[in-house]
Design a protein around this ligand. Sequence first.
Ligand code: SF4
Length: 364
Amino acid sequence: MSEHGQDRRARITAALLTWYDQNRRDLPWREDPRPYEVWVSEIMAQQTRMDVVIPYFHRFLERFPTLGDLAAASVDDVLPLWAGLGYYSRAHHLHTAARRVVENHGGQIPDDLSGLLALPGIGPYTAGAILSIAFGQPVAAIDGNVKRVFARLENCREEQESVSFRNDVQVFVEALIPADRPGAFTQAMMELGALVCVPRVPRCDACPLQSDCLGFGSGQPETLPRRAPKAKPRKQAMTVLLVEDDRGRLLLHQRQQRLLQGMWVYHLVEGRLDRQAIDRELCRLGLTVRSVRSAGTARHVFSHLIWEMEGHYVRVASGRAPQEGVWVERPAWRSLALPAAVGGFTRWLDKEQNICGLAGDGSV
Ligand code: SF4
C-alpha cells in the first residue's frame, strides 16, 4: 500500500473512532460486552432494527441470564421470547449452539474463528463481531452496513454479491482495524452505516469521513453499493383452517418444516381448499365437520416467499383425537408462540369470540 493510502486509512480509522465515542447509542450490551450478550444481540439484530431488538434482548436476558440457562431450557421456552422477531431459525440455532457450547466447550464460548464457525447460526460476520467486540481480537465483521460504507468510501462499482467485492471489502476493513480498539472499530463501522451512511439518502453533511470519501466525491454515493438483480419472492396460496371442537379446543400443529420450524400454527394446507376439499381434509384427520365459515384473508411476506392465505373457521364434533396435531384449550393456546404470519387469524378468533362466544355455544 502506498504511503498516501496508509495515511488515508489511518485518518479514516481515527475520524471514525472519534465520531463513535461522541455519537454512539447506549445499547444494553455495550456497557459490558460479554460474549454471551454480544452473541444474543448480534443474532437478534440480523435483519431487524435496533429499536425492535432492545426490548426482546432485555426479556431474553431476564429469562436466560447465562448461556447455561439457555442451554438448559427447552426450545418451547425459547420460542415465545422470539415471537414477533421473525426468522425463527435464528432462535433454533442459538438454542442448539448454546447446548453445543455446554457439551463441547465446558460452557465457554469459543474465542477462535473455527470454533465459532462450527456452531449453528454463526457465520463469518457474527464470528467477527463476537471476536472483535467481546474478545478484543482484530477480526473483521462485515455486514450490510459495513459493505455499504466500504462501497461508498472507495466508490466501488462492483456488485456487492461478487467475489471481488467480497475480497476487496475484507482487505479494506482488515487494513483499517486498529490493534488497540478492534471492538470499538467494529461497532463504529456498523453505527456509521446505521445512523449516517444510511441506504437511500446518506447524511454526508454529518459524516466524519466525508473528506476521504470517494463516493461523496463522485456525487452519487446513494447509488452504491450496486446489487445483482434480486429474484422476486414466490407467491404461495395457503388455506388456514381454524379448527375448533365442541368443547372449545383448537387444533394446533408444531411445524416440522424449515419455515417457522418449531412454531405452533393452525392447520395449514398449501393451495386453496373449497368446502368439499375442507371436508375431505378434516375427514383425513379423523374429524367430523359440523360447519365451516370464512375467517377472511391475510398475506405474509417472508424473504423468499409470500403466503396468500385464506382462512376458514371449522367447527368439528368433539371426542376424537386428530390424526395430526393436538387439541389445545383456549387459555393455553394464547400462551403459545404463534408466529406473526398467522397473527391476523388469531385476531379474528379473538374478535369472533368476543362477539359470538364461539367456544362451546354451537351457534356457528
Ligand atoms: Fe457515506 Fe456520505 Fe460518509 Fe461517504 S460521506 S461515507 S457516502 S455518509
